[in-house]
Design a protein around this ligand. Structure first.
Ligand SMILES: [Mn+2]
Length: 289
């Protein structure tokens, strides 16, 4: 296939993923499964990326981490591209590798959160889109890139996914996660999932870690309830596709970063956060050189 380049060195890629996993687990900002940010610097938030290298490179240029030590960027749902045309390979492993290399270079500035696509790849929960197996297509992409070393890379991908935090929270009241639990479960949802040690059951269908990355159909009332429970003023998620780049549901901003109209959201941490101001700060990738 034309979009498959030279195989990377499986050994070094696996090492990079394992090193990123250990950085994720040992993060000084991490309390349980929650990344905590104080009241200095800036948080740059994104939505689903699904292998979009072009937007990722724009994000790197926007963040300019080599000269912006106070800037923190949060990434989620990096893997699983919708190949176009459909017979094209899913090589979203490339974006994951690029992101992990960014983390290794700037461990105090680049952060990741668990998403449902990563969780599914880890747990083997099948996702089908238009009849194709999303998990198998990702594995085929890894095999195309790494040949005999693909198994080693896949094992490291799984170790990396298992190290991911569930959410992030800032001192000025921003709560970031891939999604929010389903409306029907919001009252009896186990809010301790963010800070306690997790077991396998937490990640299985119905478990709270599963719910927080898979939930859909949120209303303003549900968002307000969740925000109150976690002590947040606004919530920021990805997960629900947004053709125009973002949507606002009550105090929830939903971002998408995986297409030409995708967006990012910089939030200053040193002053109070307000929904209108945050929405006004949303930047489109098309406007970034
Ligand atoms: Mn998702």
């Amino acid at each position: 296939m034309s979009d498959v380049g030279l195989a990377r060195d499986a050994e070094s890629v696996a090492d990079a993923l394992i090193e990123a996993a250990s950085l994720n687990r040992g993060d000084p900002n991490r309390v349980g499964n929650l990344l905590r940010f104080g009241s200095a610097g800036q948080l740059v938030l994104t939505g689903d990326m699904h292998g979009n290298i072009r937007n990722f490179e724009k994000l790197q240029r926007f963040c300019a981490l080599e000269r912006s030590p106070g800037r923190n960027v949060i990434l989620h749902e990096l893997i699983h591209t919708e190949p176009d045309p459909v017979e094209r390979a899913d090589i979203s492993i490339d974006l994951l590798i690029r992101a992990v290399e960014w983390k290794r270079k700037f461990p105090d500035n680049v952060y990741f959160l668990l998403s449902n696509h990563e969780l599914s790849q880890w747990q083997g929960h099948e996702i089908t889109k238009g009849g194709r197996s999303v998990l198998r297509d990702f594995e085929r992409g890894v095999a195309l890139r790494f040949g005999k070393g693909a198994d080693k890379v896949m094992q490291a991908v799984v170790a990396y996914i298992a190290s991911l935090s569930l959410a992030a929270q800032s001192a000025n009241g921003v709560f970031v996660s891939h999604s929010l639990p389903d409306p029907l479960t919001i009252e009896y949802f186990d809010y301790t999932v963010f800070t306690r040690a997790l077991s396998d059951a937490d990640f299985r269908p119905g478990g709270p870690a599963y719910q927080v990355v898979w939930g859909r159909f949120h209303s303003p009332e549900v968002v307000d309830y969740f925000a109150r429970r976690v002590g947040a003023k606004i919530c920021v998620c990805g997960h629900t596709p947004q053709e125009s780049g973002y949507n606002v549901v009550g105090n929830l901003i939903i971002l998408a970063s995986d297409h030409a109209h995708g967006v990012l959201l910089p939030i200053d941490l040193h002053r109070p956060v307000a929904l209108e101001e945050a929405v006004a700060s949303i930047r489109k990738f098309v406007a970034i050189e």
